[in-house]
Design a protein around this ligand. Sequence first.
Ligand SMILES: Nc1ncnc2c1ncn2[C@@H]1O[C@H](COP(=O)(O)OP(=O)(O)OP(=O)(O)O)[C@@H](O)[C@H]1O
Length: 405
Amino acid sequence: MFNFIKKITSEKPETPKQQAERDSAVDKVLLGYEVGTVSIATMITGLERSGNQLTLDLRLPQDSDPETIQQELGQLLHPHGIQTIHMNVRLSAPVKGDGTSLPKQMPKTTDAMAKQDKSSVQSHTDSEPPITKAAPTQASLAAHPRIRHIIVVASGKGGVGKSTTTVNIALALKELGNRVGVLDADIYGPSMPTMLGVADVKPQLENEQFVPVDAHGLAMLSIGSLLDSDNTPVAWRGPKATGALMQLYNQTNWPQLDYLVIDMPPGTGDIQLTLAQRIPVTGAVIVTTPQHIALLDAQKGVEMFNKTSIPVLGVVENMALHTCSNCHHTEAIFGIGGGELIAEQYHVPLLGQLPLASGIRAQVDKGEPSVLANDEFASYYLNIAKNIEANISKFAKPVDDKRIF
Ligand SMILES: Nc1ncnc2c1ncn2[C@@H]1O[C@H](COP(=O)(O)OP(=O)(O)OP(=O)(O)O)[C@@H](O)[C@H]1O
């Protein structure tokens, strides 16, 4: 482990407001800075900003030159108020054999990334889709060797029921006879393990790869499984979050899957954009609610996916209808047509409208979502899954069947 401390220039006054603005600018610089052909964001295992000082824990490829990196980052970050950079650098060990000295237990998040010295980009080229150079486009990303379709489920804002919808769609796709995996990438509120009733099950490591948890037949991996209760990801900033999520995607031994459904963090910021640019996605599903503000945010989601050339498979309007728990009468209490409006405006299909029903909430709360319980709401999700299936093949990327693992 090397420890580099470099003073760039002398002090400059900084207000809290400036600091907040600079945090975002610093994130952008880190996301854009590449070591070899890979963003340094994917190599950050720890990041702390204190005033004009930035501390980065980095796991760099063995042949990289930390001093040059520090110098270049210093120049790029100096205009954004960073005067001192501390870099704690681990260089990846050279690849030897098949990597037999493995941790028996799943390490905690920070350790998981820091200790896996052999898990560099170099040592995993056999299973990782390549991360391409700056401004990667979907067309330049190789399809995942074992996954036919990757679907991201996104929402413009939090709390619209994205995770509830994701878990039920995943179960519905499985119900239709598919092999399905779920990646819970919602760093702000990872909820898949609880919703699937496997919150106590920790994923294992095998040959330096995460092994997804079997959750009612779904291959599930959640960023939440890698966290301690005191190590909440809420405070994670862009590059660290992006790095951790890319690691989950790249370093997981996904079985052969027809669908990997990714529960994205809500919003349309840097993290979402970076993931959308680095993971070979077949299509996106956008979850919204009928309220005006949620619809506006959903529009931003559609625009983000359009920019990154990810086809939008459609919009799901959640909590669109209310089903009375006494008489089971269903009506659109928030008004009608929100999801339809977006669908029309952006030429994307409306995949379905879901009721606001306490039963839907109660089922995910007890770890047995509606589709699993086969309750009265299951058919709504099955219809959405059928609509996804009906559309998806025209967006599929070719799978390289000749690849050997
Ligand atoms: N159709 C629905 N009817 C009733 N309750 C619902 C419905 N959909 C979701 N909920 C409830 O709304 C709450 C928020 O849902 P969920 O966690 O799925 O939203 P989210 O968009 O993923 O939130 P976050 O952005 O915080 O991750 C949960 O308590 C969930 O049970």
